[in-house]
Design a protein around this ligand. Structure first.
Ligand code: PDD
Length: 282
């Protein structure tokens, strides 16, 4: 497997970073996950714009131009296995001389890009798609979840907790009893004719898949789309619950906290949006 590290394409086993890298010491960096279907990065402009936002929010200058990022992605996608791949990129503040919270001037950011084979979930007959299970848990994260920061300890603990409770994803609830998002996904609910998702004014990641779902829904459907606060009780009483992410696409949740969502089956509104998404993707 080839990876890109600081300007060079090398084998993954040979890719080494100093223990003094601030990514290792402080989780001081940002990342992106970009799906590539048929070896073509999907919604790349949106992902690169979000990378610019994350990096400027943590005051790291983007070390590559968009043109250069695309060149790196194309080379890795061509050389690595997988008709569909997920691109992972990470930029840290760089390697410092000593461990000091304060960052020194003139650091050179560390840049890593790698890919891994991606199972395109929504490529088969939609009627074969199974729902997943989710559990709700308290959102333990900081206030800047809009930044795609590499500091993912709370997300890791949330996800692990869900796994140990037999659930595929953790859906996070803030102190006011409102839904924020999943441990690595955004959340939508359907109730009657309304499709609702928490607004980006909340501390959540502005998911690229979330934005696309909204875009597809706004392009002439009969549903009422709302970006609004969702209470945990609304999640429990929803007809349908979906989670979205670059790697999970649009994924129906059919069990929530060991109770069926709606009638426990993958719902008709999900089928509608999944078909639109599939069509857009191909
Ligand atoms: N996670 N919310 C969180 C906290 C996430 O980590 C992610 C994505 C999303 C969905 O964003 P998008 O649609 O842009 O993938 C929402 C990636 C896939 C990850 O960390 O692996």
């Amino acid at each position: 497997t080839q990876v890109y590290l600081n300007g060079r394409f090398i084998n993954q086993q040979d890719a080494m970073v100093s223990v003094m890298d601030r990514g290792f010491m402080f989780a001081d960096g940002a990342y992106e996950v970009i799906p590539a279907f048929y070896r073509v990065p999907f919604r790349i402009d949106q992902h690169l714009a979000r990378l610019d936002f994350s990096l400027s929010s943590i005051r790291i200058e983007n070390p590559l131009t968009h043109e250069q990022w695309r060149g790196v992605f194309d080379q890795l996608l061509a050389e690595n296995a997988g008709e569909h791949q997920s691109i992972y990129l990470q930029v840290t503040r760089g390697v410092a001389a000593d461990r000091n919270h304060l960052w020194p001037k003139g650091l050179v950011p560390t840049v890593l890009v790698m890919t891994s084979p991606l199972k395109m979930r929504l490529d088969e007959s939609l009627s074969d798609i199974q729902g997943i299970t989710a559990m709700t848990t308290e959102d333990l994260r900081w206030k800047r979840c809009d930044i795609k920061a590499i500091a993912l300890l709370p997300n890791v603990l949330h996800r692990q907790r869900a796994e140990e409770a037999g659930a595929d994803e953790a859906i996070l609830i803030n102190e006011q009893g409102q839904v924020t998002e999943g441990s690595s996904s955004n959340v939508f609910i359907v109730k009657g004719n309304e499709i609702a998702t928490p607004p980006k004014t909340m501390p959540i990641l502005g998911g690229i898949t979330r934005d696309l779902v909204i875009e597809l829904l706004q392009a002439g459907t009969q549903y009422k789309l709302s970006e609004r606060m969702l209470l945990q009780s609304e999640l429990r009483n929803a007809d349908e619950v979906w989670i979205t992410s670059s790697t999970k696409e649009i994924c129906p949740v059919t069990m929530l906290d060991s109770q069926p969502v709606g009638n426990g089956n993958v719902g008709p509104v999900w089928h509608d949006i999944a078909a639109r998404y599939q069509q857009y993707k191909l």
